[in-house]
Design a protein around this ligand. Structure first.
Ligand code: SF4
Ligand code: SF4
Length: 288
């Protein structure tokens, strides 16, 4: 081997090492980040990765040897593998995802957390939620058993939660107040399913009518559509989990139950607000 060969090998090793160092922080955030790249890859990159994984460095030698020995028809041995891989992926990938399989390597499970070691039942989440957690009024809870431990949490009315979160609730959306003067909708009185709430909220928020001076893009609720466009994965949140997540973050930070805290003061910095479920209509002298 000459100087050029050694240079290529050294460059390859340094390049591989550099990529490893560059992504090590991101990959160490969780097992999903390490094994699956945080599920952020486009399909074609996964396809290349699968193809590269399927071919060992000796594969071309083996295929050449088999073809030389048995004739060209043995090349179908390779083509059939492609077909079965494609069919297998279409049939099983959803099931792998549902089964939360991230690798076929054997992993040591983390120990289960002790029930109530994280949640101290302070009820800040219930207080912060705009009435989608029935526990607030009805005391309903859900519990599951994992090995010898029982975990319990407050039940959530998913229809009301979806209405709040995805922009069906005037109390949490100034954008509805801007677009629909005189409108009235009380999420607390609704008893629809999560699916029905989605069917209501998405077209209501993101559908198009015609451009007006107030909503020049033509979206039915311009502010909701902008939030959806700024979001990373196509979804959008108007109410932003103000109770179940943000109140809990805040409580856990303030009670010293988490090590990593937010910079620049407490997580919730400003007084919390809820608008009226009746949108004032200055034009008709309605409620203001
Ligand atoms: S805010 Fe958090 S710690 Fe408090 S009851 Fe809710 S889930 Fe538990
Ligand atoms: S996202 Fe959380 S806080 Fe918001 S309505 Fe649903 S359960 Fe309540």
């Amino acid at each position: 081997m000459g100087y050029l060969d050694y240079s290529i090998i050294a460059f390859y090793l340094l390049f591989a090492l550099g990529i490893g160092i560059y992504f090590s922080r991101r990959a160490s955030r969780s097992s999903e980040d390490y094994f699956l790249g945080g599920r952020s890859f486009p399909w074609w990159m996964i396809a290349f990765s699968m193809a590269a994984t399927s071919f060992a460095s000796d594969t071309p030698l083996v295929v050449t040897e088999i073809t030389r020995r048995d004739g060209l028809q043995r090349i179908w041995w390779v083509f059939v593998a492609v077909l079965t891989l494609i069919v297998g992926i279409f049939l099983f990938s959803r099931l792998w995802r549902r089964a939360a399989i991230i690798t076929d390597a054997e992993l040591e499970p983390d120990p289960l957390v002790e029930p109530e070691s994280i949640c101290d039942r302070c009820m800040a989440c219930v207080q912060g939620c705009p009435d989608a957690i029935p526990h607030r009024t009805e005391g309903r809870t859900v519990s599951i058993q994992i090995e010898d431990k029982t975990y319990e949490w407050a039940d959530v009315h998913m229809g009301r939660c979806t209405l709040c979160y995805h922009g069906g609730d005037p109390r949490v959306s100034p954008f509805i107040h801007k677009t629909f003067p005189g409108y009235e909708f009380d999420v607390r009185k609704q008893d629809i399913s999560e699916e029905a709430a989605y069917k209501l909220c998405w077209p209501f928020s993101l559908g198009k009518w015609r451009p007006t001076e107030e909503d020049p893009s033509g979206y039915i609720v311009e502010g909701h559509a902008r939030i959806q466009q700024w979001g990373g994965d196509g979804s959008y949140g108007i109410e932003g989990s103000r109770g179940c997540m943000r109140s809990c973050f805040d409580h856990r930070e303030q009670s010293g139950r988490i090590e990593q805290t937010f910079e620049n003061g407490p997580f919730i910095k400003r007084p919390r607000w809820l608008l009226s479920h009746r949108v004032p209509n200055p034009g008709t002298g309605g409620e203001t």
